[in-house]
Design a protein around this ligand. Structure first.
Ligand code: UN1
Length: 513
């Protein structure tokens, strides 16, 4: 089988056969067990990463806490300059890093490149933001007094990320956290450990070239136990965690117990409402990319189509027809649209979900199943499935991280569709396809979608970095990336300064001595 330039990409990114999964910028060390990274693309061993022990973690925290003391003194625009250099390195390395993402995680090469592009974009955003961490001046009720609000860095920010966006999610957090004056300790997914080592190699080079202390960017590797070091550590004031609702519930509770802050970006159960005036030219690619892109493993993936009964047959036939065109295979081959699921556990979850949907009364329109034979040796390639289902089915209420799309009908006005769309526990992304202005505005109003992301005439996935990214309810409530998401990486301080010779008390209180 063609190598697609993987060996070269690994070498360019400084990856070896055995890599240190614990790193404090320039010092790499690890004493934990070996994590082997197998590609879901061809089932082959890509490389090994040594996990972090508790002692390794302590060394990382020493380096991070000491780096914070100097990093926070550097003016924010100068920190922005470091992020600018990091973004430029990513431009240089976009192809090898995109390839590694595609090979280790299984998404299409185009999507791998897109993920690195998101990293570049957030770096640019952060550079501009480094001159705009503005506070406010607030009028005081007292003569000769002024009030203001300042934003200060928090300290060590912990980042826990998932396998599906093994590099971009880290960068959304870290680029903002850095310009805000924080240092970061990142635990990537143990399902894509080489991605985190590659990212660390890139930033380490930038830090070294600028004579900056190790510890501004650190990584640790391992399973949930390493995650627990972070969630339980009172030296980490903010933990940003992306992953399942199950994981987020544990992380959120642990961090709250010690009064830390958490930024949670968890599961979605995203729907597109397709109204009678929807344009099929927009609906079909939007829904199909949303459902099968990244093999249904985005938290923004489209899981449900809520279709008006008057256009149901037409829309259903068009979507089913489009599924017939989908090419499944090696994601590094640009002729393929869909690559594999991340691993066999995921394949089993996908198969079980289809069985559950059938048992609950679902009607399968496009059969799923595991692909076998040449090119599918890893056992992780599955067929995207379409099932007619009811919103209240237990399995429909659940986020299955795989390409299963549920179709359901609504009748009457758009409010009935909105009720179905909101009738799940998750609240990440949502869309409406309509040419009716009133329907679109209702969907975006306070009585409309209850999600963090609500789109009109585009799908549920593929958000740009300029907007705040995240969602409500079981999605966890956190916001990452654009808009004013930076504020979560800082602590707000209210200052009242008295430049008069008197000491009047607020609220007119008299206290004469
Ligand atoms: C995720 O799946 O965790 O909006 C992130 C999107 C991407 C990010 C997804 N920009 O689909």
């Amino acid at each position: 089988m063609a190598d697609f330039g993987i060996k070269e990409a690994l070498a360019t990114l400084g990856l070896k056969e055995i890599n240190e999964g614990t790193s404090t910028g320039s010092v790499n060390f690890s004493n934990g067990e070996i994590i082997e990274s197998y590609s879901p693309v061809d089932g082959k061993l890509i490389g090994k990463v040594k996990a972090s022990t508790k002692e390794d973690y302590e060394k990382v925290m020493d380096a991070a806490t000491s780096a914070f003391k100097s990093w926070r003194t550097m003016p924010a625009p100068q920190r922005g300059e470091i992020v600018r250099q990091f973004g430029n390195k990513l431009r240089e390395l976009k192809e090898p890093l995109g390839k590694l993402v595609s090979y280790e995680m299984g998404k299409s090469y185009q999507e791998g490149l897109g993920e690195v592009q998101e990293m570049i974009d957030i770096c640019d955003f952060a550079v501009g933001l480094s001159r705009q961490l503005n506070g406010q001046v607030i009028p005081s009720e007292r003569p000769g007094h002024v009030m203001r609000e300042q934003w200060h860095p928090l300290g060590v920010v912990g980042i826990i990320s998932a396998f599906n966006f093994p590099v971009a999610v880290w960068s959304w957090n870290t680029a903002l956290a850095w310009i805000c004056g924080n240092v970061c300790v990142w635990k990537g997914s143990e399902k894509a450990p080489l991605c985190s080592v590659a990212c660390q190699n890139i930033i380490a080079e930038v830090l070294k070239a600028n004579n900056l202390p190790e510890g501004i960017s650190c990584i640790v590797n391992g399973d949930y136990k390493v995650g627990e070091y972070i969630t339980e550590d009172t030296r980490i004031p903010l933990v940003s965690a992306t992953g399942s609702t199950r994981m987020g519930r544990i992380v959120g509770t642990k961090v709250a117990e010690r009064f830390g802050k958490s930024l949670l970006e968890l599961g979605g159960n995203n729907a597109i409402i397709i109204t009678p005036t929807a344009d099929l030219k927009v609906v079909v690619p939007g829904a199909v990319f949303g459902a099968v892109g990244t093999c249904g493993q985005r938290c923004t993936s489209t899981r449900r189509l809520i279709i008006h009964e008057s256009v149901y047959d037409k829309v259903r036939d068009a979507i089913v027809g489009a599924y017939g065109q989908i090419k499944i295979g090696n994601p590094l081959d640009e002729n393929n649209h869909v690559g594999p699921l991340i691993d066999k556990d995921s394949v089993n979850t996908y198969l079980a979900a289809i069985e559950k949907a059938k048992a609950e009364g679902g009607n399968v329109l496009v059969e799923g199943g595991v692909l076998e034979g040449e090119g599918y040796e890893s056992g992780c390639y599955v067929k995207p499935a379409i099932i007619e289902a009811e919103n209240h089915f237990e399995i429909v209420q659940h986020e299955t991280f795989a390409p299963i799309l549920y179709l359901m009908k609504y009748s009457g006005g758009v409010e009935n569709a909105i009720e179905l769309q909101n009738g799940v526990a998750q609240g990440l992304s949502s869309s409406i396809m309509t040419n009716e202005m009133k329907e679109a505005e209702k969907f975006l109003s306070f009585a409309g979608s209850d999600c963090g992301i609500a789109n009109v005439n585009i799908g549920t996935s593929g958000a740009e970095i300029g907007g705040a990214f995240g969602g409500e309810k079981e999605t966890g409530g956190g916001r990452e990336s654009g808009s004013d998401a930076w504020k979560v990486y800082m602590r707000r301080q209210t200052n009242t300064v008295n430049y008069s010779d008197e000491l009047p008390l607020a609220q007119g209180i008299k206290f004469d001595l």
